[in-house]
Design a protein. Sequence first.
Length: 137
Amino acid sequence: MKAAQERTEMIPGHIGVPDPASPSCRAVADILSRIGDKWTVLIVVTLGAGPRRFNEIKRLLNGISQRMLTLTLRGLERDGLVTRTVTPSIPPRVDYELTDLGRDLLGPVGALGAWARRHEGCIAAARKRFDEAGGKR
C-alpha cells in the first residue's frame, strides 16, 4: 500500500496557488527573489543593529565584493527596504539604514536564520547520506 503522501495528487487550484503567469504571482516571485538572496539576508541582518557605513557593511560581510554590495544595496533601496543618507563631508559620508519596511522583514529573516541554525546538523547529515549513496534516488 502506498503512503498517504504518494496517493495524494497535488492540484494547484485546490491549495490556492495562483497561476504562475499571473501578474500577482510574478510580482511575488520578484519580491521573493530579492529577499531570498544570500547577500540581501545578510545585509538586512547587519543593518538590523542600526545604520552602517558602506565600508563597515563590507567589512562585516566578509567575502562580499564591492560591486555586489553596491548592487544589493541599490536594489534594497529601490525596493524601499533601505535608505541611503549622504552627509556632505570630505570624503562624503554615506550611511545605510533599514526603513520601517526593512525592519519588518527582520522577523521573517530572523526566523529563517534560526531555523537554519537549529537544523544545520540534520541538513549536514542528510547531505552526507545523499552524497555517500552517490546522489541516487
